[in-house]
Design a protein around this ligand. Structure first.
Ligand SMILES: NC(=O)c1ccc[n+]([C@@H]2O[C@H](COP(=O)([O-])OP(=O)(O)OC[C@H]3O[C@@H](n4cnc5c(N)ncnc54)[C@H](O)[C@@H]3O)[C@@H](O)[C@H]2O)c1
Length: 387
């Protein structure tokens, strides 16, 4: 097997922001969403699974919306077996006879599961997401199980959603939607403000942050400032963007939008102390990771009106609720319940990535990864065990 390995991406950054990698980001032309799949299908036709039979991939935690995108990439050289159930020790047997297991963020690939995977004769785990904190990479490595992931799928999807969320809370779309459905056409309480000429603070100026900054500065005419410990040269040279210190960003921004990864150094980046340094009436948008925000401090900030609104696509304890229909149950998480109770807070269930383009990109990269590993070809998305 000749796979190159890359370090698992949720590391502390050790380099300038990936300016070079930004130009490598595969951005799918909206008009040709089929082409990556065709590319994969062609690649797969050239290849053969070890015994000449189709490459069998067993999927766990399958959702209807992603099954469609994987099926569009399918040909007769590959066989898919979808299961709604999560991957865990007791469900590994469902994958017996497969060449690869395909899993997502809420599947559990701990030491016990991996042992069963090895016993089932499966040597490849294909994550169809970026993060791998649910996989014991060290154990996988010890057991000779290769783990691949999809490091990036559609930064545009998340950036566009973040801007939409910003408009929703500033212009109160969520309130007017509900109000008008009850024949209430009053405008009382719907006063918003223009984004043009406001100061927007972008925390984390990688692939997504860069796009948010561009949409807001070039599109809306906002003054965009950013903080990142690693300078993005492309943004640095943009006359409509200015890098500032973290504290200056907190002090100057009318809207703060988070786009940094969750690392030990970024956990609760937004907390009681940092909220105190923000402008009165600031708006917070988080489409990155819930753990970046101390949710209890956010509740206090909203109660005191320091924050005038918030848009949250992620929540630090989201695993218990997000991606599931909990409409028949009572929310036991009091902080989440409190956040849901604010009428100036808009919450979505980790939806920012969910576009046709992103799903196509996830399917294509996942299948390219499996194809490369099964055929002993170079695969840039193999994860290395942490030291
Ligand atoms: N809601 C969703 O559906 C969704 C989908 C994809 C990604 N995400 C989140 O978006 C995040 C950003 O994704 P990306 O593709 O732009 O990643 P990226 O790696 O391209 O950029 C992340 C940036 O954050 C910076 N950073 C690191 N530490 C920082 C700190 N202490 N303060 C400020 N910036 C810091 C990095 O230097 C980098 O420039 C991901 O980490 C992920 O958590 C969310």
């Amino acid at each position: 097997m000749h796979c190159r390995v890359v370090q698992f991406q949720q590391r502390e950054p050790t380099h300038n922001v990936p300016v070079a990698s930004l130009s490598r980001i595969s951005r799918l032309p909206i008009s040709s969403t089929q082409s990556p799949c065709l590319h994969f299908a062609r690649a797969l036709s050239r290849s053969t699974a070890p015994s000449g039979r189709p490459t069998k991939i067993t999927f766990f935690s399958s959702k209807e919306y992603e099954i469609d995108s994987f099926n569009r990439c399918k040909n007769d050289k590959v066989e898919f077996d979808y299961h709604e159930t999560k991957l865990q020790p007791s469900t590994v047997a469902l994958a017996k006879g497969s060449d690869a297991i395909c899993l997502v963020v809420n599947d559990k690939a701990d030491a016990e599961t991996l042992k069963k995977v090895k016993e089932a004769g499966i040597k490849l785990l294909a994550l169809r997401c970026a993060g791998a904190d649910n996989v014991d990479l060290k154990k996988a490595h010890e057991l000779g199980i290769t783990v691949v992931s999809v490091p990036q799928y559609s930064p545009d999807a998340v950036a566009e959603f973040a801007v939409g969320m910003m408009l929703t809370v500033i212009r109160k779309f969520h309130k007017s939607y509900n109000r008008v459905r009850e024949n209430n056409f009053s405008l009382e309480g719907l006063l918003g403000f223009n984004i043009k000429e406001r100061t927007i603070g972008v925390i984390g100026t990688g692939a997504i942050g860069l796009r948010v900054a561009r949409i807001l500065s070039h599109g809306f005419g906002a003054k965009v400032i950013g903080y990142d410990p690693f300078i993005n040269e492309e943004l640095k040279n943009d006359p409509k963007f200015t890098y500032v210190s973290f504290d200056d960003l907190l002090a100057q921004a009318d809207i703060i939008t988070l786009h940094s990864p969750l690392l030990p150094s970024t956990k609760h980046l937004i907390n009681g102390e940092t909220i105190a340094k923000m402008k009165e009436g600031v708006v917070l948008i988080n489409t990155s990771r819930g753990g970046l925000v101390d949710s209890k401090a956010l509740v206090e900030g909203l109660k005191s009106k320091k924050l005038s609104a918030a848009g949250l696509d992620v929540y630090e304890k989201e695993a218990r609720y997000f991606f599931q229909d909990k409409s028949q149950s009572v929310i036991q998480d009091d902080v989440l319940a409190r956040l849901l109770g604010f009428n100036n807070v808009f919450i979505s269930g980790h939806q920012a990535f969910l576009t046709k383009e992103a799903l196509t990109s996830i399917a294509k990269t996942t299948l390219d990864n499996v194809n490369a590993v099964v055929n002993g070809e170079d695969c840039p998305n193999v994860l290395k065990a942490p030291k």
